[in-house]
Design a binder for this molecule. Structure first.
Ligand SMILES: [Mg+2]
Length: 367
């Protein structure tokens, strides 16, 4: 029998165990599962459902999923082969730029951007995930031509403080807190764009935030971030041998809050209301606010690096409109069509979008 608190030091063994745990597990109650992508050395990618409801045990799956949430050690020739196969399936959005522009002809492009790992580098301290000024300039220029929204797991006010561009739409807390720009340049009508579908959860979220702070304060490196409609427990700076204990404590808190669920992002455990509302719902809401709910003349482009961005990629696939672009250097199972390797490539992509809208200077025009 698997010891639910076991911590395996060898990464490959741990991943194999995670797969076993996930395969053997079949939930007996309706839950809100999240897709966890795990990589084996020989077969990638392997996606299994891991239980997200609190108090269900299977801690080994959680710990191994935590370990697999930020894979960084792939360098063998086998991995290179995986990379080649993956990049053929999900080509670079920079390499396919002309094709993307052809699809955008006569259509209104709408840009959706995740923040962490997409516009800013992933850093040890989430409070210091600053945006490069050049990236800010690229986003600002993009917003001159296309409606542009930031869709982040962060608290809306926090992500605004990083980006500092009032002309954008902001969807914080994984889309549960949406606000449009005051200028409404691209928006039809005059009504303010505001959406908080989980508003009644706010007192509960504040209460749970305090409890989580108390429960985790003696786990070195654990950092609880209050993202208003989402509480994020970062474990990037926690020693790996303490991950099991941290997951246990977070789950123990949630036992008393059945209306909240536990999901996972990149090196972060996240507590969210159980309502069906994610980044996918957020972009549907924003498309409707912009007047493109049923329009064929629109081309949404969503760029993100996280598991939670997959909800948005799936919405675009379902609509049969636009492109999801995953930011990743490593193969991952994704519903995105294209890829970019890192925030620097995101910036280059945005700069090319802007350049495509600018008139060609007379000196460069052919006569
Ligand atoms: Mg991200």
């Amino acid at each position: 029998m698997t010891n639910p608190n076991a911590v395996v030091s060898d990464t490959q063994s741990a991943i194999a165990m995670a797969i076993t745990a996930a395969v053997n597990y079949s939930p007996s109650v309706p839950t809100s599962p999240c897709n966890i992508t795990l990589f084996s050395r020989n077969k990638f990618p392997i996606t299994k459902i891991i239980e997200t409801a609190p108090g269900m045990g299977k801690n080994i799956a959680w710990v191994d999923a935590m370990r697999a949430s930020s894979p960084t050690r792939r360098s063998s020739s086998e991995d290179n082969e995986d990379n080649k196969v993956w990049i053929m399936k999900h080509p670079s959005a920079l390499g396919m730029f002309e094709e993307i522009m052809n699809a955008a002809k006569t259509k209104q492009v709408v840009i959706f951007l995740d923040y962490d790992g997409t516009l800013s580098p992933i850093v040890q301290n989430p409070d210091q995930a600053y945006m490069d000024p050049e990236m800010r300039k690229a986003v600002k220029n993009v917003a001159k031509y296309f409606p542009t929204a930031i869709v982040s797991g962060r608290r809306r006010a926090k992500v605004y403080n990083f980006v500092k561009l009032p002309e954008l739409y902001y969807a914080g807390s994984h889309g549960m807190d949406i606000k449009g720009p005051s200028s409404r340049k691209h928006q039809e009508g005059s009504k303010n764009v505001v959406c908080q579908p989980a508003k009644e959860f706010l007192p509960m979220m504040s209460e749970v935030y305090k409890i989580l702070m108390e429960k985790t304060n003696n786990i070195a490196g654990a950092n609880v971030e209050n993202n208003k409609f989402c509480l994020s427990v970062h474990y990037r700076c926690v020693e790996e041998q303490s991950w099991s204990e941290l997951a246990d404590r977070v789950k123990s808190v949630l036992k008393d809050y059945p209306k909240l669920k536990l999901t996972q992002g990149r090196m972060v455990l996240e507590i969210r209301p159980t309502i069906k509302w994610d980044k996918g719902n957020a972009i549907e809401f924003l498309m409707e606010s912009l007047g493109y709910a049923t329009s064929d003349d629109v081309l949404p482009i969503y760029i993100g690096d996280d598991r939670t961005d997959e909800d948005a990629f799936r919405v675009l696939r379902k609509r049969g409109q636009g492109f999801g672009i995953l930011v990743s250097k490593l193969p991952k199972e994704t519903s995105a069509i294209y890829t970019l390797q890192e925030p620097l490539e995101v910036m280059h992509f945005l700069q090319r979008l802007v350049a495509s809208k600018r008139p060609i200077p007379q000196s460069h025009q052919q006569v």
